[in-house]
Design a protein around this ligand. Structure first.
Ligand code: ADP
Length: 447
């Protein structure tokens, strides 16, 4: 007989108020059930939010595993959690992250093939979560490990694939000490956790890869700097010998050099000077890269610094037939800097300005005071720098445009200058218009 007609028959034989009372208490029970379910859903949502936030903050696989085994296990009462992560070629599972699993199990299943009737290979193959409520069902599905499963007191399992963005990372298994059912809302809850865990693991993997790449790049850079430093040092020694002997020859210690040898010696001298300058630049750059430069920071008057520049650039200015205008500005203005490094930067900027400006042009050095910094500006009326290459000129060994005998260099001057400026908490920038000129600004902290 249908249950409904059963109840109708009973109701028919009872007084109306008794029927009403039963209906009222049924409604009360139903609304209690509804609010209990709502409470459970609310708790789950709060827990999911907490887990999501914790997973976002976790940057290592270990931290992610701790969040999941702690929070998720507590939420559903799991006794153990095991993460099986696939190797890059998807052929093997590795278990490094786990909690509540006996040592002998971990030792045996530390690494195993992605094959056969085992829980992890199964869910990775089907890409569907698997909820096993009893020992008997587990034995039926995975007979080869049923005995071990029962021996460790497990009675039910939730086995969830871990995949994200089309990439299968592995699987997660939660084990329970009692037989149990898995209601729909719990299955959905665990599936969501597995999805978020996969996302977090993928993020952690990318983060680890990025860290490893960065460390590798830093090591390669250090190796390059060491190589440059050693090579420059080794080249400098024979160059010093060449320089000494040429000086001796040109001084005519053993009598004047006959032509054409005097002319040859002059050329050797010029080439040696050029090479020495080049090697010094490489050595300086290598030292900066290796963090071996020390800064002697003090308070200096900007006008004094600029005035000390003038005699140093005068020979080049005269040789190039270029007007050199110095506007030192407020005599009281001071900067916090290493005066030697400032002069080194300015010498380089002025040398470039003279190099890339045609005879008859003008190179101007001025100061600008703005807030906490002081700017020293070196501008020229030279050939300018193309906009699309303006930032690359600060990179080492970058040179722009055709090089002539006058403009030949090594492409390190600006890279060194910017590093030195930054080493003094300053900055070096440029603006330029093709055909009209360039304007380099060195900014330093005002004193
Ligand atoms: P180098 O002068 O040894 O080539 P730098 O690092 O000093 O190396 O300069 C890099 C490049 O920037 C130069 O090759 C040149 O193309 C460009 N450059 C620098 N200063 C100027 C300038 N004042 N005017 C035009 N181009 C410049």
């Amino acid at each position: 007989m249908e249950p409904m007609s059963d109840r109708s028959a009973t109701d028919a034989g009872r007084p109306a108020d008794a029927v009403l009372l039963t209906a009222v208490s049924n409604t009360a029970r139903e609304s209690a059930r509804v609010s209990e379910r709502e409470g459970r859903v609310r708790q789950r949502t709060e827990r999911l939010n907490r887990i999501s936030n914790a997973l976002v903050a976790a940057v290592s696989a270990q931290a992610i595993a701790e969040v999941v085994s702690g929070e998720a296990s507590e939420a559903v009462g799991a006794r153990a959690a095991t993460f099986g992560l696939l190797t890059d070629d998807n052929t093997m599972f590795e278990i490094e992250l786990h909690s509540g699993v006996a040592e002998d199990v971990v030792a045996q299943w530390h690494r195993f093939p992605n094959l056969g009737s085992l829980p992890f290979p199964h869910v990775v193959r089907t890409q569907q979560p698997l909820f096993v409520g009893t020992c008997a069902e587990y034995a039926r599905r995975f007979p080869s490990i049923a005995e071990q499963y029962a021996r460790h007191g497990f009675q039910a399992s939730a086995i969830l694939p871990l995949s994200t963005n089309g990439r299968v990372l592995g699987a997660l298994s939660l084990e329970f000490g009692e037989p149990r059912e898995f209601p729909d809302d719990e299955c959905a809850f665990l599936t969501t956790i597995a999805n978020q865990t996969a996302l977090a693991l993928d993020r952690a993997r990318l983060y680890e890869q990025e860290q490893a790449a960065r460390t590798e790049a830093e090591q390669a850079n250090r190796a390059k700097s060491n190589f440059l430093a050693v090579m420059s040092h080794e080249l400098r020694t024979p160059l010093n010998t060449i320089s000494g002997y040429i000086d001796l020859m040109l001084a005519g210690v053993h009598g004047p050099l006959p032509e054409p040898y005097a002319g040859y010696a002059d050329r050797i001298r010029a080439a040696q000077k050029y090479l020495t300058g080049l090697i010094d630049s490489v050595l300086r750059f290598a030292k900066i890269e290796a963090g071996q430069i020390t800064y002697d920071i003090g308070t200096h008057g900007v006008a004094d610094l600029l005035r000390s520049l003038e005699p140093l650039v005068e020979p080049q200015v005269t040789a190039r037939n270029i007007a050199f205008v110095l506007e030192p500005g407020d005599p009281a203005q001071q900067v916090r800097a290493d005066s030697e490094k400032v002069i080194q930067i300015l010498l380089n900027l002025v040398a470039n300005a003279l190099k890339y400006t045609e005879p008859g042009g003008t190179v101007t050095v001025t100061t600008l005071c703005a807030g906490p910094t002081v700017g020293i500006r070196v501008s020229d009326t030279g050939r300018g720098i193309p906009q699309d290459q303006i930032e690359s000129i600060f990179e080492p060994f970058v040179q722009v445009g055709a090089l002539t005998r006058e403009t030949e260099g090594v492409g390190l001057g600006l890279a060194i200058s910017r590093e030195l400026a930054r080493g003094m908490d300053g900055e070096l920038n440029v603006t330029s218009t093709m055909g009209q000129g360039s304007c380099f600004t060195l900014r330093l902290p005002a004193a």
